[in-house]
Structures are given as structure tokens and as C-alpha cells.
Unconditional design. Sequence first.
Length: 373
Amino acid sequence: MSTCVDCAVIGAGVMGCSVALGLARAGMSVVLLDKGAICREASGVNAGTLTMQMTRAALIPYALKAWEFWMDTPRWLGLAVGTERRDGLSLAFTEAEAAMLEARAAARRAAGAPIELVGAARAREIEPGLTDRALMAGFCPVDGFTSAYLTGRAFRLALGAASVALREHDAAVGAERRQGRFVVRTAAGLRVEAARLVLAGGVWLEEMAAWFGIRLPIKVLINQLAVTERMPPVMRTVLGIASGLLSLKQYPSGTVLIGGGWQGCGGRHEGRGDAFIPDNLIGNIRLAAFVIPALRRARVVRAWLGLEAETADALPVLGPLPGVEDGWIIGSVHSGYTSGPFMGTLLADAILGRQHALPLFPIDRLLQPKAAA
């Protein structure tokens, strides 16, 4: 079985979906392939946090634009994804964390994020449920979260309306450029011929780049997350710690999601991870209960593992595939869920030859030398 399109996009996470949607709405025929279900790897199992305070300073302009996308998904995607605009606090409990917070807040503020430093008393006014042990906090009114598990549902609706051919549960097993076109082969035997190709495979980008002889190291993180039973309101903000070890928010349903990048076991070949590290899970939950004391009364009802991909400098791969005409690549960036919709739209504009609002992130800076023949 074969099909011929203007562009093939491999990887149906937030970034791949956003690229495909931008191209299709501009009139291109697009096929979107994924080894699993749409937005069910990193894009569907993360904490859903939309934060400026844990976003790299260089990415603040991108995250601010993407934040507007998330706040308007009914218009952009045709369906709400549980987006909540909330105040955000990043806390410091030690002098070292306070110094870190001050430096990071200054850098992000210079990049455009509306972050101000507040004392402990003001932090507790903003978040009455907060412990009295914090020294200071970074406060940002441009924060919030989504229900990440709803992301795929919304993108599926929008992609269908734009006539994107979505092919789930069919892994791309190889791609090559042949006679001026790309040929993509899938595990189920589909052959896709495309004038353009976008690699958007997240933690699998390393393997995909290798199809074209490109050595692109991608770090794989196995993040542990947990959620509590429904509770009365115990917090109203999105909370983090300057060290990055906590992501905490309460949903309208009353459940509290606890994250922060505490690691489990596994790698890209285990899918979403292989096993929990119990001490890390317990440490994460204890930290959450220290920050919001009312959580000591809560019961954890579920925990899971989620993949996250990062480059060596935690900045995106976003731009052309070096030496591969009409080949493009996107993904593998810290806080990629937050900035994903805008980055995907940005790459779609570049592919379409439009002027793009902010610079791309070419991958040449990350490449390892090719092995000798």
C-alpha cells in the first residue's frame, strides 16, 4: 500500500501535530505517522504545566507566544483541553536556592517574562496554603496548566478538520531521499512518498536522524508523576522550587498533581519507562507535603512514568536537516510541552517559505562527527 503527499510528519506529539496542522491549513496534503496513539507519549503523560519560571531564558519569547495558543484552544483547535490560567510561584528554601532564584528571575525577566521576586509574607498572601518555611519566591502571573491527557483529543479534531491523514500505531521504520522525494516505510507495510519530510519523534529523534547519517545525541529522561485523591481546595497557584524538583498544582476536580522530574528507570526502548524508583517517588511526595502541609492528609491514588527528551544544551532541535534537501526536524527541548504549539507553527511557516516570527534552532551545534567509513 502506498500514498503520495506534499509532506510526511513522523511523530504525533504536540510539536508534530502543530507542524502538520499548520501545513494542512495552508493547503498542503499531509500524512502524520506515529508508533502509538496521538499525543500519548511525552505530550500526553507530562504534568501539563505552562510555566515561564522553569523555561530556559532563551526560550521565554517562544513560551509566551505558545502560552497564548494554550489559553485559546477552543478557537485554535476547536476543543478545550482543561486550560487554567493561574499565578505561579517558584520557591527558595535555602540561601543557595535564593541566589539561584534571583539569577534566573533576572534572566527570564530580561527575556520578557513578567516575573518579580517577593518575600515570604507576600508569597503566603498569594498562596495561603504555603508552608511558612520559604525564604522568598519568584511570582509570575503568566502561568497555568492543562489536562495533558486531553491534548490528543483536541488535536485529533483539528487535524481531521484540516484533512490531515493521521496514521496511528504504525511506526516509521525507515526513510530515505530518492529521486528528489522522500520514501518512508512503516511497520505495517505502508509506503509514503513525500516532497518534504519532518522528523518530530521526540526521544526517538536520535534514531530517525541516523536514517540520514546524522549523529544527533538525545538524552532521555524518565519522569515520575503522581496524583492524589480529590480534596477540598488546598492551593490555588502553580508551585515549583528553584532547584526544579517540584511541579505542583490542584485541578478543578480537587486532585493534586505532583511532579518535578524525579527519575524512574528505563529508556527510549521501554516506551514510557520500565520501573519506578520508590525512594524517588516517596521523596517527591514528601517534598510536596512539605511545601503544602495540607497534602499530608491526602492519599496518592495513581503514579506513572513519562518520557522527556533533551538535547545536550536543553534547547530545541528546530530547523532543516543538514545536507538533506526539504528535510526538517523539531523537538527534544526542556519544557517542550509549554512551547510546543508555537514551535510547531514556527517550523510550518519556515517550510512554507513564510517569514517566521522568531529564529529557528538549527541542529549543527549539536552534531557529532560522522564515523569514518
